[in-house]
Design a protein around this ligand. Structure first.
Ligand code: 5GP
Length: 177
């Protein structure tokens, strides 16, 4: 398994491109089945979820809409978790079937703080699809509806996820050595 350097840290290969794509196909199959005839709106959270959102969306066979929004920042290797505001949410969510697309749920604070803002708009339904979930680190009550991988509480990069701005272009997911 190749070890790579991103900035000053070493990372080990953790999830291969094939494993990620296979799991995304399974998540898409579940969503295609659950949302048959319902036309959900996927709200993908930038920056980290762009690759996951793209690959997941390509596997959908149902009618679906997609938009991207940006929440508060994440600096270095510690989650700040304070959602200040969302940028780019132009759609009126009233009566819509919303699926949030998130790269990784760590403490859960980001989504826990953000969900009430969406619920306030009274969507018909609101679900969460997260590629990665650090279950043991999650300290806020959060129901995740579609989860790609439960992972240990170790910092990861690649497949859209960065370490101080770098590593998003990696096709695989790497874990801090
Ligand atoms: P939470 O609010 O759940 O603690 O953190 C969510 C956000 O923190 C994610 O959307 C992501 O931007 C960032 N994050 C949490 N864990 C990691 C990680 O292991 N690697 C990277 N690159 N970002 C992470």
């Amino acid at each position: 398994m190749p070890v790579i350097n991103v900035h000053d840290k070493k990372f080990d290969t953790y999830l291969s491109e094939e494993v990620i794509h296979q799991r995304i196909k399974e998540l898409a199959a579940a969503i295609n089945n659950d949302y048959e005839g319902r036309r959900p709106l996927f709200i993908a959270i930038l920056n980290g979820s762009f690759m996951f959102a793209s690959d997941l969306f390509k596997q959908l066979t149902i009618e679906a809409e997609l938009c991207f929004i940006k929440l508060a920042s994440y600096k270095g290797m510690k989650s700040s978790g304070n959602v200040v505001t969302s940028i780019g949410l132009d759609d009126d969510l009233f009566g819509k079937e919303v699926i949030i697309v998130e790269d990784i749920v760590d403490t859960g604070k980001t989504l826990h703080n953000f969900l009430p803002k969406l619920e306030h708009q009274q969507p018909k339904s609101l679900k969460i699809a997260a590629l990665l979930h650090k279950k043991e680190a999650t300290a806020y009550p959060l129901k995740l509806d579609y989860v790609g991988f439960e992972i240990p509480d170790k910092f990861v990069v690649g497949y859209g996820l960065d370490y101080d701005g770098l590593g998003r272009n990696l096709k695989e997911i790497y874990q801090l050595v």
